[in-house]
Ligand binder design. Structure first.
Ligand SMILES: Cc1cc2nc3c(=O)[nH]c(=O)nc-3n(C[C@H](O)[C@H](O)[C@H](O)COP(=O)(O)O)c2cc1C
Length: 170
């Protein structure tokens, strides 16, 4: 079993656009919105790419119980990822939210780490301009940070390079 599943949310916006670009660069991959993912789904794969946008802290912190990430992260919590690898990506806007740039990426990272996943796909912070982020460790983001609002011209080349990198790390 060596299949890869790309899980994303929300649908119909920048995240879905980035998802399509990642899938195209990756080639052989299954794609699923986070709302369709169950524990059984997770059991069927051993490599995952997971990504979303940061839409304010409430998206990730459970104060909005209707966020589909909440249900997904509970499913992740109850799943043993110890033999599995996970690469993360996160979308944000570094000009409008410089102090919380791609915070959601950091939340995803903590959740998968707690579930014992092996996290791959760290990405340098060089070339971004922000003041703070929950998704940074040292001089790297914990996954691929994308900014389709302010640096869309870099999206395609960032994705190409990152997909190449994670294919090696998987
Ligand atoms: C209400 C709202 C809150 C946002 N909060 C943040 C934030 O805290 N940090 C950040 O980096 N980007 C933030 N953004 C920017 C989005 O993450 C960015 O525009 C992203 O590309 C949206 O992707 P989507 O359309 O697929 O959701 C916010 C956007 C909106 C509309």
């Amino acid at each position: 079993m060596n299949k890869t599943l790309l899980i994303f949310w929300p649908e119909g916006g920048n995240v879905e656009q980035a998802t399509q670009l990642i899938a195209k660069a990756y080639n052989e991959i299954d794609i699923m919105p986070v709302t369709k993912v169950t524990g059984e789904t997770l059991a069927n794969y051993d490599r995952f790419i997971v990504g979303g946008s940061t839409l304010g802290a409430e998206t990730w912190e459970g104060t909005h119980s209707d966020s589909p990430w909440n249900a997904f992260l509970s499913t992740v919590k109850n799943h043993d990822f110890s033999s599995k690898k996970v690469a993360l990506f996160g979308l944000g806007d570094q000009v409008l939210w410089p102090a919380n740039f791609v915070d959601g990426l950091g939340t995803l990272y903590s959740s998968f780490l707690a579930a014992k996943a092996q996290l791959i796909g760290k990405w340098p912070t060089e070339g971004y301009d922000f003041t703070d982020s929950l998704a940074v460790e040292g001089d790297h983001f914990v996954g691929l940070a994308l900014d389709l609002d302010q640096q869309d011209e870099l999206t395609e080349e960032r994705i190409q390079a990152w997909v190449k990198q994670i294919k090696k790390e998987f």
